[in-house]
Design a protein around this ligand. Sequence first.
Ligand SMILES: NC(=O)c1ccc[n+]([C@@H]2O[C@H](COP(=O)([O-])OP(=O)(O)OC[C@H]3O[C@@H](n4cnc5c(N)ncnc54)[C@H](OP(=O)(O)O)[C@@H]3O)[C@@H](O)[C@H]2O)c1
Length: 271
Amino acid sequence: MSLPPAGPTRTALVTGASSGIGAEIASQLASRGYGVTLVARRIDRLEALAGRLAESHGIRAEVVAADLTDEEARTAVISEIDRRGLVVNMLVNNAGFSTAGPVARAQVAGELAMVRTDVEAVVHLCTALLPGMVERRSGAILNVASTAAFQPVPGQAGYGASKAFVLSYTHALRAELAGSGVSVTALCPGPVATGFASAAGLSDTDAAAALPSFLWVPAERVASAAVEGLETGRAVVIPGAGNKLSAAAGWLTPRTLLLPVLAKRHPAMHP
Ligand SMILES: NC(=O)c1ccc[n+]([C@@H]2O[C@H](COP(=O)([O-])OP(=O)(O)OC[C@H]3O[C@@H](n4cnc5c(N)ncnc54)[C@H](OP(=O)(O)O)[C@@H]3O)[C@@H](O)[C@H]2O)c1
């Protein structure tokens, strides 16, 4: 399996490209000659990145600002790409965030916004863009899950369940699309130093204390593992040997043993 061919009217739609892993994935695709369409809310950051990528790599870098929590905004992104005469031949569903703390102390609006962004937007964009890829017999989808997908996460219950959804959904899509010319990969990073912890309301100190240093992988390495995994048609990419082990342990350890330990260790469970 290889990535779909680049072309002047072809684009890789990367959500959550204003920061962290998404910005790095967009950069790696641009460096391989792919045109990119960058989507997130912070338009200033998207425009700055698009300018850098277009200049360094001579590719077409588009910006569409959108709040992906909102269904109408997601539909508008797809229409806008179409209006610009572009065809999405790669989709990177990366935008996402987590709340932190026990559900009993959470705000309903925040929990729902997380599920709409982390789950509903993935389903929306895959469902809307897959038919064109299947018809052209060419396309690639990278859905960003997490090692949080491999076991429930007390203290981030909705987030862990959202990422478990993304992993399960991606596996099923992949099986549906076998032989179609469209490849589907799930990226499951462990901890990465990005805007993620602060968006969740966790301090960098708390995040670093909760997860041992050998699990942390830089965003640039996560992105290169992701793009290589997509290129070689991998089902799941887990960057870093420590994270592969932790994912296997999370998957296999009986819940009755694992979950009390996780609940006790999570910094947001003990404010
Ligand atoms: N960092 C980690 O430890 C880690 C580990 C495993 C998985 N992940 C996953 O990796 C993905 C990227 O996260 P990151 O670590 O790179 O964090 P980040 O630096 O905070 O980036 C998150 C990106 O998502 C975008 N985003 C969030 N809410 C959005 C919304 N409502 N509409 C549009 N865009 C939205 C943000 O853009 P705007 O704020 O500009 O909208 C930003 O570009 C997420 O799916 C996350 O769950 C992260």
